[in-house]
Design a protein. Structure first.
Length: 189
């Protein structure tokens, strides 16, 4: 009935986080220690929130808590995001992270291939963990509301926000123009 390959391949013995989309930090976030608990907690979230959420996410709790948030523009990795308002501790380093950035680019390329109509040309953020065996895994892919701070990039938050706004304005304009042209063409016939 269910495909548990993800759960089997990513179990580090630390349990699982079950959370809803469009939530931040601990809002609608539950912890489970087993597959049975995962199913029960998903059912409980669905019973409480089925009218407002389209799905629930299950994420492995990793031994290594460090998460790298790679920011990409035009599907090219630019930097690892760093939010100055959050304390990442001494384990968070600011060096280029070339290997992690290359992994994020491959992950986004695979996502784009599998979901060809997804809008991935503007800013995307690929959140990456490293397993206890040293493999990189994607935690999340984010776009519209993803944080994209960088304390060591020449790209400033306001400039990035403006770039993103201009991209989506252009996409919407193209959609409106295309719809208008089709409508105008039908009227002439």
């Amino acid at each position: 009935m269910y495909n548990f390959r993800f759960i089997e391949q990513n179990d580090e013995g630390c349990g699982w986080i079950i959370k809803t989309p469009f939530s931040t930090n601990s809002h609608n976030k539950k912890w489970a220690s087993s597959l049975d608990e995962i199913i029960l907690k998903i059912q409980k979230q669905y019973d409480e929130l089925h009218h407002s959420i389209p799905y629930t996410m299950v994420q492995a709790t990793m031994r290594n808590k460090k998460e790298y948030k790679v920011v990409l523009f035009g599907r090219e990795p630019k930097y690892v995001a760093y939010n100055p308002d959050k304390n990442f501790g001494t384990s968070f380093s600011k060096h280029p992270h070339t290997e992690i950035m290359e992994f994020a680019a491959r992950a986004l390329a695979e996502f784009t291939q599998l979901c060809p109509f997804a809008m991935t040309d503007s800013m995307m953020r690929v959140d990456v963990f490293q397993t206890k065996s040293g493999n990189f895994v994607v935690n999340e892919l984010e776009s519209l509301e993803a944080d994209h701070y960088s304390s060591y990039s020449n790209l400033k938050k306001d400039a990035i926000d403006n770039q993103i706004r201009m991209y989506y304005e252009a996409v919407l304009k193209d959609l409106i123009d295309e719809k208008f042209i089709k409508c105008k063409h039908r009227i002439k016939k």
